[in-house]
Design a protein around this ligand. Sequence first.
Ligand code: THU
Length: 130
Amino acid sequence: MTDRELINIAVEAAGEAYAPYSGQKVGAALECADGVVFTGCNVENASYGLTACAERTAVFKAVSEGRRAFLRLAVYMAGEEYCMPCGACRQVLQEFAPELEVLSARGDGRYVSYALRELLPHPFTLKTGE
Ligand code: THU
């Protein structure tokens, strides 16, 4: 799958966003090692702090469906800014995919690409048996 195809899936996912408070509809498309793509959107709440970001929605959907190995993530938000994953999402992404590639696309279709390691250079980790 090309970067552009993954971004197009994120664009479509943004259409499902529930963002009545911020008005910022965000979509995410997470490519798993087996080729399956899980989508996510932001889901806001009247109690603002309960909002779920698009990226975490996608990760939690994927893990709950049996995937833990991820290759690429595309994030899309309309407008002039590149929507970069927030700090909490970076930490959640790195739990499963420290080598992840992160694409962020804006309204005009341009996109930037980063290694998650660049976005979260010194992550908090704990060794587990899993
Ligand atoms: N948001 C995301 O979904 N992903 C990000 O990486 C940053 C922010 C959402 C949360 C909230 O619904 C809206 O964007 C404005 O912060």
